[in-house]
Design a protein around this ligand. Structure first.
Ligand code: GCW
Length: 671
């Protein structure tokens, strides 16, 4: 471990001015002689990125003087033909990275592969993993590595915690092109290849984004992302034919509706010929959809798919469909069952260019909920998994919450449907990729909380390689950002501890939704209890939770039999999810021998204490870390402590009052 060697610039994220400590003279020699002969927007961008990365990162200025040492960048095909090499062909977007005594070769299967290879070379140089003899062949496990922006045209960002939108202001497309290019670089460097630029809730001016009023500006935006291998997606409003056109209804089976979409789609593709497609939130939380016309979601999606097909466009159809006007008195409806109930019967009914986008869990990005039973079950319908990088339920980028910790757990989930049925094994097979709701905005450091950059980095890395552990990701990110220092090591440890800490002071054991309604920050145990949103825990003085076994709502039966059996039995059910699946008395004995209630008390006391300890660890970094980052993280951690204290006291008091049972360890619970 060296010492802090350079001034960190928060804006640069994982691209810092690293200096050259780990680069041998011979590597430096090869790197200062770049040979890139191929033409094309992306390959030339790859060359520019390598030059830029070497100059800014390592102070190596790459000339092109012919010497006996060199770095070659190109596509495999080009390098093989032009230079007589025999590089083996790779999967799409893949690359080969080879280092001999005199030559570094970065060869992409396609131009995008070369671009990804260049970024990998830069990062591996920083991580000290490039030596003579390095031979790496890599390709992304999945084809769809998407960021979703929930940005509104007025400049606000739904569930955004890092400032205003990068793209819009006052109902206009307005941005700093340099900043968008910097953003595209960050995304491409972690393998992102598609980005949706407007909120899934397509309201107000955003409905017009697909019209001539906005398309020329959208096209300009697309042209900034294009050289980085990133294609745009537009969120559309299903009722557009009525809102923008003059049709009375948007019935997907009405030929007039289909032809309206065809014409509009043709118009859109004249402006953006490589648009990746449309994202659609239909019949969900007040958005219009096919149900209004008595049609199925397959009928709705396929109608749009037909309009997109001639342009190689795709429909990203979200499965977040549930009754958001439920009667809390009605115990027969279970929101957790909704996505499976709606979409499983339609398996096989979607056209080839429809991709279902399924939230990782049956509810809504909760701190802890099971993996959606649709994964592993859908066999005849293309689909991807949706994650939330923005911290809606995980602390608003005030509280530190390192999300790859959770995502690793999701990837490890075994759907128990056939061999190799873990989510990470399905990635690139039945699950064709990830869509992540982005966490950046106009804040100078992109993510509000400086350490939340790790979540964006980790998301991309995991979409590329679902087998990566959260620890490896934390290591890479910390070293790339803070250098190979003790500071980076400490920050890595803080990150890795952060999710379990957050979970401890949040809603207990998978019960979900004890947040303040609407804003979703801070505790409110009954905030959603008597509302229409369908997320209840029904705590009384004896028990808490929803029985989701066959004796209750039967949600467990949406899983493969082996999995259902595990979830059905409280003794086998993972304890961090036990209250998602079961209604249990407070004196239920948990595996540690203590009661459920006592475990709730314990975890909430511990969560708060662990935030305190985390702050002490952070304060130990003072003087060894950029003062600005140090101070901004510390001030957020202080707010986090306040939040954790609020959670501890509200949750513990709530259960203390319900049950009348004090803490067995005699700690003070207020009220
Ligand atoms: O979690 C909920 C959010 C909404 C969001 C919705 C969705 C875009 O609270 O803000 O709307 O999910 O995923 O569509």
């Amino acid at each position: 471990m060296g010492s802090h060697a350079y001034k960190i610039c928060e804006y640069d994220c994982w691209f810092q001015a690293w200096g050259t400590p780990d680069i041998s003279p011979s590597l430096a020699g090869m790197l200062s002689n770049l040979r890139i002969e191929e033409k094309g927007e992306i390959i030339e961008r790859a060359a520019a990125e390598l030059r830029r990365g070497l100059a800014r990162g390592f102070g190596i200025s790459a000339g092109s003087k012919a010497r006996d040492q060199e770095t070659l960048v190109g596509t495999i095909e080009h390098l093989n033909t032009a230079l007589g090499l025999s590089l083996p062909s790779q999967k799409p977007e893949g690359f080969v990275l080879q280092v001999t005594d005199t030559r570094i070769i970065v060869a992409g299967q396609d131009p995008r592969g070369a671009l990804y290879g260049v970024y990998r070379l830069l990062f591996l140089l920083r991580l000290g993993k490039i030596t003579a003899g390095t031979h790496i062949a890599e390709a992304p496990a999945t084809s769809y590595r998407i960021i979703n922006h929930w940005d509104n045209l007025d400049g606000t960002v739904e569930r955004g915690y890092a400032g205003k939108s990068l793209f819009y202001q006052d109902n206009r497309i307005k941005y700093d092109p340099r900043r968008i290019e910097d953003y595209a670089r960050l995304l491409a460097s972690i393998g992102i290849n598609r980005i949706s630029i407007n909120n899934a809730n397509v309201r107000g001016a955003a409905k017009g984004l697909i019209t001539e009023a906005y398309l020329p500006e959208v096209a300009k935006l697309a042209s900034i992302f294009r050289p980085f291998g990133i294609r745009l997606i537009l969120s559309i409003n299903f009722a557009s034919p009525c809102v923008l056109g003059d049709l009375a209804a948007a019935d997907p089976l009405d030929p007039a509706v289909a032809s309206w979409w065809k014409e509009q789609t043709d118009l859109i593709y004249r402006a953006i010929p490589d648009l990746a497609g449309f994202m659609v939130k239909a019949d969900s939380e007040f958005e219009p959809g096919p149900f209004q016309y008595g049609r199925t979601h397959a009928e709705g999606a396929n109608m749009l798919a037909a309009a997109l097909r001639p342009h190689n466009g795709e429909v990203f159809w979200r499965c977040f469909v549930y009754n958001c006007a439920q009667d809390w008195r009605d115990h027969s409806v279970d929101r957790a069952k909704a996505a499976y109930d709606h979409f499983m019967p339609l398996d096989g009914g979607f056209d080839e260019n429809v991709i279902l986008q399924i939230k990782f869990g049956p509810y809504d990005f909760q701190v802890r909920e099971p993996v959606s039973p649709l994964f592993g079950a859908l066999l005849k319908t293309r689909h991807i998994m949706e994650l939330q990088i923005t911290q809606e339920y995980t602390g608003h980028q005030i509280d530190l919450c390192y999300l790859p910790w959770l995502w690793e757990d999701i990837m490890s989930f075994d759907t128990a449907r056939g061999p190799a049925s873990r989510v990470r094994e399905l990635m690139g097979r039945s699950i064709e990729g990830l869509a992540g709701v982005g966490n950046v905005g106009l804040d100078q450091n992109w993510t509000g909380h400086p350490l939340a950059q790790a979540n964006l980095y980790g998301y991309g890395r995991l979409a590329w390689d679902p087998g990566l552990s959260s620890e490896v990701i934390a290591h890479e990110w910390s070293v790339l950002t803070f250098g190979d220092t003790e500071v980076a090591e400490t920050i890595k440890k803080i990150l890795l501890a952060s999710y379990p800490i957050y979970e401890k002071y949040n809603a207990p054991f998978g019960i979900c939704f004890m947040v303040n309604p609407g804003i979703h920050y801070g505790p409110s145990p009954e905030g959603y209890e008597f509302s229409k949103w369908g997320t209840y825990h029904r705590a009384d003085r004896r028990s808490i939770g929803i029985d989701r076994t066959p004796a209750g709502t039967g949600y467990t039966e949406q899983y493969a039999p082996q999995k259902a059996a595990v979830f059905r039995d409280p003794a086998c059910c993972p304890e961090n999810l036990i209250l998602f699946f079961h209604r249990l008395p407070y004196d239920y004995r948990m595996k540690n021998g203590e009661t459920l209630l006592q475990n709730i008390y314990n975890t909430h006391f511990e969560g708060y204490d662990e935030v305190k300890a985390m702050i002490d660890t952070w304060m130990g970094l003072k003087g060894n870390l950029d003062e600005g980052i140090y101070a901004s993280v510390l001030s957020r951690m202080e707010r986090q402590l306040e939040n954790a204290g609020e959670w501890r006291d509200v949750i513990n008091t709530y259960f203390r009052r319900k049950t009348g049972i004090p803490d067995a360890k005699g700690r003070v619970i207020s009220g």
